[in-house]
Structures are given as C-alpha cells and as structure tokens.
Design a protein around this ligand. Sequence first.
Ligand code: AMP
Ligand code: GLY
Length: 420
Amino acid sequence: MRLLIVGAGAREHALAWKCRQSPLCGELLVAPGNAGTAALARNIPVKPDDSTALLELAKAERIDLAVLGPESAVDAGVGDVLRAEGVPVFGPDRAAGRIESSKAFAKALMREAGIPTAAHRAFSDAEPARAFAAERGGQVAVKADGLALGKGVFVCGSIAESDAAIEALLEQNALGAAGSTVVIEERLFGQELSVFGFSDGRRVLPLEPARDYKRALAGDRGLNTGGMGAYSPPAGVNDSLVEQVHKAVLQPAIDALRERGSQYRGVLYAGLMLTASGAQVIEFNARFGDPEAQVLLPRLESDLVEVMLACARGDLSSAPALRWSPDAAVGVVIASGGYPDSYLTGHEISGLDELPGEVLVFHAGTRLAGQKLITAGGRVLTVVGRGRTVRDARDRAAAAAARVRFQEAFYRHDIAAEAT
Ligand code: AMP
Ligand code: GLY
C-alpha cells in the first residue's frame, strides 16, 4: 500500500516509524516531514493545510491511505477534499474536527451528550465575562475559542488574573480572531490524563492512556506549550478508568457527532482532569497527541496501518482489540531556548550518534543543512526510553536527553518522576 502522512512533527515521525513496521506499508510519503522522517520515507514539501496540493499529491502518487497528523490539516478540510475524490483518510472531516477547533462547539456537544466537563459560558464581550469570572473568585480557565497552538488557555487563581486574561483576549485581541470569543469555565483540580480512541465513525477502539506535561518548566511552572514530555502507562490509572472514559466520554462524543451528520474516522483524543468527583473532559482533540504518540506507538504491538485503514474505510467491526507491550515508555521533548515564546533556529545538533540503540529519537524541528543536522523549530526532538518499569524507561530517556546537545537546548527533568 502507498501511504501519505501529513505533518512535520515528532508525532508524524513516530507515525512513520510505526507504519514502516507494517507488512502492508509499501511506499511511504510524509508532507512535509522533517530530517527524521527523511530517513524512513520520502518527504514532499507540501504544507499540512494545503488541501489542493495534498489532493494533487495523493492522486499523482495513487495514495491508498492518507493519515492526518496535525489539527491544521483537519481544520483546512484536507479530509473532506481527499475523501470526496475517493482517497481513504484517517482523520475526521472539518465539521467533526470542530470538536477541537471550536471550544464553544465542543462544550455544547458535551452538554448535549451528557459528557462530564466543567461548567462554562461563552462570551464575546468583556464586561459580562469579567462578572462571570469574578462570581467564581477568579478560579476559572479563560480559553480562546479558536485554535491557538496550545497558547490560548489561561488558568487563573484570582480576579486580577482572570481580568488580565479577558482583557488580553477580548479587548487587546492578543490572539486575533481565535480569541474574539472566549469560553470561561470553572477551574478543575486534579491530575491530567490523555485517553485516545480509534473510531470508524460508529465504533470506538480505546488505546492505552498516557500522561502529558504541558507546561514549559519542571514542577508544572512556566507557559503552556504543545507538550514537553509524556509517559505511558501512567501511574495510578487502571483499566476500569479507561473503560469508564470509553463509555462516558469517547463513545458518546462519537455518537453525538454522528447524530450531527459527521462520521468521525480517525483518532479522538480526550484530555481529562481526574478530579475528586471523577474524570472530567478539559478538551477534545481531533488527532493524536504530541508527545503522547511518541510514547504510545512504541508500546502498540498491533498493526497500526491495518487499524487506521479500517477506520478510514468506516469499518472497525472485525478489528481485534489492540495489543500492547507491558513495557513502559517515557518521552522527553528537547526544545529550543525561549520556546514557547520566540527562539532561535539553525543551531547544530550533536550527540545523536552516541545514544544507545534501544533509545528512540523522533525528530520535530530539525533540518539537514548539507551534512549537518540543525534546529528548525521550538520543539526539536523527542527522545523515548523504554523499559520493564517506568523507572527504567525514565532513566534511559534522561541519559539520552543529557547527551543531545545544541545551543540553548532545554528539557524538563521531571517527566514521569511521579511514577518512580
Ligand atoms: P486546553 O487547551 O483546553 O487543553 O487547556 C490547556 C491546559 O490548561 C490543560 O491541559 C490544563 O492544564 C489547563 N486547563 C484547561 N482547562 C482547565 C480547567 N477548567 N481547570 C484547570 N485547568 C485547566
Ligand atoms: N500533547 C497535547 C496535544 O497534543 O495537544
């Protein structure tokens, strides 16, 4: 089969790496990919949101399965355009993708489907927004309605903080149109958990859970990022919790989308807070998590291409339950100094050839300049250690992260520390 993976991050490198292990995988293309995917696949310089160019590519290359990595591809309607021309796509259409691209849509869907989530209201005017936050003592999360690369959420602990967030989004237009409507919800307390389900639009096949670390700095300090590390299986999470999330969150969301006329064919990501009164949904994403994919795919023993194809064709009914390695995986993201704010690129990366063979390295912001590997983005690489226990996996990931060098590199030293 001829596969096309859309995207440029470490998630897409991990997808390409896993697809390569499938006997079904023949030609493998990544658009646009990075220096890591270039070693496994043919990189094609097409942007993930360029649906016209991706359709041309899929036709010219007679693609049998297209896999959408990032939300930008989903939101650009790449799934709609390719499917309309008969290309099987793993990734939802644009309308179903609103479960991620519009927080107001996601909240309304959750309310209708009875999915547990924080109480909220949507606002486009600052005055009533401030009053709503103040009634809750400022203990709220203020969220830009639209896509904001993980930078659109302000978790507040006081009225001064909620006022500042509302002012930035609604009065100063800090995020432009993405923040012209805000969703304000009650602040939840607890540990976070990422749970995923493969879906053909009807059935849901749950994956193993993972825990992601969103803040830039150790101890959950600093700004929100796309994700600075992840591990699986997470401490304190048992099968019955995943089963409960499957029944109370993933399946009802897929059902509610179907009732609205959308067949969700892809992977649905529920970001949860494990509160004292049970698991509550913080957000949905219409794609794999990054860096969660980098720790889940190495643990997956089933054939990923087979299951993605079944979802894309709209028929998971004969798919067996997924098989998983009992081993743990810990992924540490190595980022450019300054990320998620501004950072420099073009620094030479060294140390990758000194890593032990069992450590996996998934590239994100990397590029080859002649023979040299250089930095080309905020999140540069994810190094993944595997082991019988989380402690073993974490030790391997930490040793590997310490050997990778580039100017102003930084990473979190506390990924998975809670489990050891
Ligand atoms: P989101 O983009 O909605 O996932 O939010 C990004 C991050 O903000 C989440 O991963 C949480 O750490 C935090 N967050 C979002 N909503 C809430 C909430 N209602 N209460 C507490 N923290 C939240
Ligand atoms: N790891 C968070 C995300 O992919 O949105």
